[in-house]
Every structure is written in C-alpha cells, then in structure tokens.
Design a protein. Structure first.
Length: 189
C-alpha cells in the first residue's frame, strides 16, 4: 500500500468516525481524481476506546465499492461477553475484522485473529505459488490441506481458546474484570 495515498479523517466529539465525515471525505477525494478503496473503522480505539459508527460507515463503503476493515485490536476481546456485543452493530458490512487476542484473552503476544469475508483474498495475498511446491496429485478438493497456508508457510501460533478453555472467558472472568476496572476509572474522570 506504499504506492497509495492514505488519509486520516477527523472524528466527532466522541472520537467516532461518522457516516457524514466519511461521505464528505470520499466526495472530496473523488473530486481530486483519487479513488478511495479502503477504510479502517475501529471498535474500541486504544487511546479512548471510541467505537466508530459501523451502521453508518458500512452502507457508504458498500455503495462506493470500498473495502471496510474493522480494527477491534484493543476492545474486540470484550465481544466474547454477550453484554458487549451490541457494540458490534454494523459489523455485517465488514470485509475484514481483526482482534488482538493477546490484549485481554491471556495468550501470547503474536496471537491475533483476523476474519475476512472472502477467504480467497487472504490466500491470494499470501500465496507462495512456486513450481517446486506444486504436485501432480493436487486438486481443488476443499477437504485436502492447502499447501500455501500450511504450518511451514505461516507464523507460529502458540495457543488458542481450546487450549486455554473458553469457560474462563465468561461472567466473572478476566474480560469482565477489565470492564469493571474501566468503568471505575471512567467514574474518576
């Protein structure tokens, strides 16, 4: 993406990117001959825990054929608790979604979860398509492992929710404790 111009957008008084802010920026860029192609919305920014208005941003991105990535790196782990899932309203518009599991879910630093609407885009982006990796017995059968994304060709993953036991991430667990502390600190402001 280093050949593309990135633009930082202003936010409202609550630290949120809104539909009107995005629509105005798109119109300005198009008027300058630019082609907007990618928007990063946040669900819980690290600095202020602000949540962008996905229900406003999503339709605008869809109408303009713009990839919508949702960065939930900081606060996304809270969505394991049903009482915080309302913050995900509008997530259906996402083309990709990322959560850094190490921030609240007690896993190693390099553990991050990324979801993409169309997995082919992800596989194509990281495809190592070399002749020496091809075999005559390959097929497009989805039951067979894909050599392009096997353990030798991807980063090591140290832990997952099965190992840790998802039972610890319920009411009264570390995520809930973090939320209680956050509310307490908010009251002190």
């Amino acid at each position: 993406m280093n050949n593309h111009t990135a633009r930082l957008l202003n936010v409202d008084n609550n630290g949120q990117m809104t539909g009107s802010i995005l629509a105005k920026a798109i119109a300005e860029d198009v008027a300058k001959g630019l082609i907007p192609c990618y928007v990063v919305a946040t669900l819980g920014t690290t600095g202020t825990c602000a949540f962008d208005r996905l229900e406003e941003l999503g339709p605008i991105c869809n109408e303009n054929n713009i990839w919508l990535h949702i960065d939930a790196a900081y606060a996304g782990a809270a969505f394991v608790l049903p009482e915080y899932r309302h913050h995900m309203a509008g997530v259906k518009y996402a083309d990709s979604f990322d959560v850094n599991l190490h921030k609240w879910l007690l896993v190693n630093f390099d553990c991050s979860a990324m979801w993409v609407k169309n997995a082919t885009h992800l596989v194509d982006a990281f495809n190592v398509d070399r002749i020496y990796l091809k075999h005559s017995y390959q097929s497009e059968d989805p039951q067979l492992p894909d050599y392009r994304i096997g353990p030798p060709l991807i980063s090591e993953v140290h832990a997952n929710m099965d190992i840790l036991g998802a039972k610890h991430f319920k009411k009264g667990g570390p995520v809930q404790l973090a939320m209680i502390i956050a509310y307490f600190l908010l009251l002190l402001l």
